[in-house]
Design a protein around this ligand. Structure first.
Ligand SMILES: *Cc1c(COP(=O)(O)O)cnc(C)c1O
Length: 402
C-alpha cells in the first residue's frame, strides 16, 4: 500500500514552506488564486514584479519578442545586450555590464571579479569583506558570503576568503584594513533585504567609498533587491551620492522575466577577459527585452517618483497607525522597501495576511516586509495599511513576546 501524498505537489522537492494556495493570474497590483480569491500584492514576487502583473505595455513587447527570437547563445552579438548595458551605464554612471539570469549569478560574477582583481595585482589568496545578516544567494560561494547560519547549515565546508564585519561599523572595517593585506573588496547590500530591511547609513557608504579608494579595494554593492527604482532612486546607493565599482542587479530588472546583471566601473570593467566567465542563458534576447522595456516604462510612468511618494505615504500611515502599539519595535526602509520589526517571531502574519487578502513576507523571523510593485497607487497603499495594521495589533494582543 502506498501512502497518500502528503502535499499538493508530491513530485516537487520540498525546498519551500508554501502557503496552501496557487496563483492563477494577475493584473496591476492584484492577483487571483485558482479558487478565484483576490489578493492585493504587497510582495511583488519578492521585489521582482516592478510593473505589477500583466502590464499593458510590457506584455505586447514580450509577446513580440517571443515570436521573434528568445535565445541564440553568446556565440553571436546580441544587440539588445548593448541596448540594456548602455541604459544601465547611463543610469548608474558605471561603464560596462555582464548579463546572467539570477541574483546569485550576478553575485558570483562579482566575487570572481574581486578574486581576479586580487590575483592580477599579485595577491594569491584574496579575501573579501562581507557582513553580518547579509544575504547574497544560495550557491556555495554566495551562501558562504551570506551572514545567516540557517542558510549555511548543512552545506559546509564553506568557501574561504571572506572576512565578516557588522554593518555600519566603520572601525571594524578599518581594523581589517590595518591587519589584513589580502583584502581586495568590500561586498554588501546597500539595504539588506532578507536580513530584515537594514540600511547602510549614507555616511557609512561614503566612508567605505573613501577607504576602498585609499586601499585599492573594490566597492561592490549588491542591489539585487534594493536597486531598480525601489527606493525612489534608480539605485539605493545614489542616495549617498557615491558610485560603486561593482553592482550586481537582478530581481526587479525584468519585471518577472529572469535576468541578472553585474554593472562595473572603470576599476572592474576590464578584469574579465574572453574565456574567464560566461553563462548559457545570460543576455538572451527575451530577458534583455524585458530589461529594456521595464526601464523604459519606469521612466514613461514616473515610477521612481511614485515609489518615493507612495512609499513615503505608506510609511507615514504605518507609523501613524502603529504609533504606541506595544510590540512594534521599528518601521524602517526607503521608498517601497519597508520593514516592520516586531518584538517576537511573526511568521504567522503571512497566513493571517493571506487570509485577509494581502500578500507580503516575513523575513529575519520578526520583520514584516513590504516590497510591492512600483506602480502601487496611494489608494492601494491605504488598503495595505487598512488590512495590515489591525492584523498586527490583533496578533500582538494574542501572542507572547519572546
Ligand atoms: C534575492 C537576493 C539574491 C539572490 O537572488 P536569486 O535570484 O534568488 O539568486 C541576492 N542578493 C540579494 C540582496 C537578494 O535580495
Amino acid at each position: 500500500m502506498t501512502a497518500a501524498p502528503t502535499s499538493l505537489e508530491p513530485h516537487v522537492m520540498k525546498t519551500y514552506g508554501r502557503l496552501p494556495i496557487a496563483m492563477s493570474h494577475g493584473r496591476g497590483c492584484r492577483v487571483w488564486d485558482t479558487e478565484g480569491r483576490e489578493y492585493l500584492d504587497g510582495l511583488g514576487g519578492i521585489a521582482v514584479n516592478t510593473l505589477g502583473h500583466a502590464h499593458p505595455k510590457l506584455v505586447p513587447a514580450l509577446q513580440e519578442q517571443v515570436g521573434r527570437l528568445m535565445h541564440c547563445s553568446n556565440y553571436y552579438h546580441v544587440p539588445l545586450q548593448e541596448a540594456l548595458a548602455a541604459k544601465l551605464v547611463d543610469l548608474s554612471g558605471l561603464t560596462n555590464a555582464f548579463f546572467c539570469s539570477t541574483g546569485l549569478e550576478a553575485n558570483e560574477a562579482a566575487l570572481k571579479l574581486a578574486r581576479k582583481f586580487g590575483h592580477d595585482k599579485g595577491i594569491e589568496r584574496p579575501e573579501i569583506i562581507v557582513y553580518e545578516r547579509a544575504f547574497h544567494g544560495r550557491s556555495i560561494a554566495t551562501l558562504s558570503a551570506t551572514g545567516n547560519p540557517k542558510v549555511q547549515a548543512g552545506f559546509g565546508p564553506l568557501v574561504e576568503g571572506f572576512v565578516r564585519v557588522p554593518l555600519n561599523d566603520l572601525a571594524a572595517v578599518e581594523e581589517v584594513a590595518r591587519t589584513n593585506p589580502n583584502v581586495v573588496a568590500v561586498f554588501l547590500e546597500t539595504i539588506q533585504g532578507e536580513g530584515g530591511i537594514n540600511a547602510s547609513r549614507w555616511d557609512y557608504l561614503q566612508s567605505l567609498r573613501r577607504l576602498c579608494d585609499q586601499q585599492d579595494w573594490l566597492l561592490m554593492l549588491d542591489e539585487v533587491q534594493c536597486g531598480i527604482g525601489r527606493t525612489g532612486k534608480w539605485f539605493a546607493h545614489q542616495w549617498a551620492g557615491i558610485v560603486p565599482d561593482v553592482m550586481p542587479l537582478a530581481k526587479g530588472l525584468g519585471s518577472g522575466v529572469p535576468i541578472g546583471a553585474v554593472v562595473c566601473g572603470p576599476k572592474a570593467a576590464q578584469i574579465f577577459q574572453p574565456g574567464n566567465h560566461g553563462t548559457t542563458f545570460g543576455g538572451n534576447p527575451l530577458s534583455m527585452r524585458a530589461g529594456v522595456e521595464t526601464l523604459r516604462i519606469m521612466e514613461d510612468e514616473g515610477l521612481l517618483q511614485n515609489a518615493a511618494r507612495v512609499g513615503g505615504m505608506l510609511r507615514a500611515s504605518l507609523e501613524r497607525e502603529l504609533a504606541d502599539v506595544a510590540g512594534v519595535v521599528e518601521i524602517r526602509g526607503a521608498g517601497l522597501m519597508l520593514g516592520i520589526e516586531l518584538d517576537r517571531p511573526c511568521g504567522e502574519i503571512l497566513t493571517l495576511a493571506m487570509q485577509a487578502g494581502l500578500l507580503l513576507s516575513v523575513t529575519a523571523d520578526r520583520v514584516i516586509r513590504l516590497v510591492p510593485p512600483l506602480i502601487l497607487s496611494e489608494a492601494e497603499a491605504g488598503e495595505i495599511v487598512a488590512i495590515l495594521c489591525p492584523l498586527i495589533k490583533n496578533f500582538l494582543a494574542t501572542s507572547q513576546p519572546s
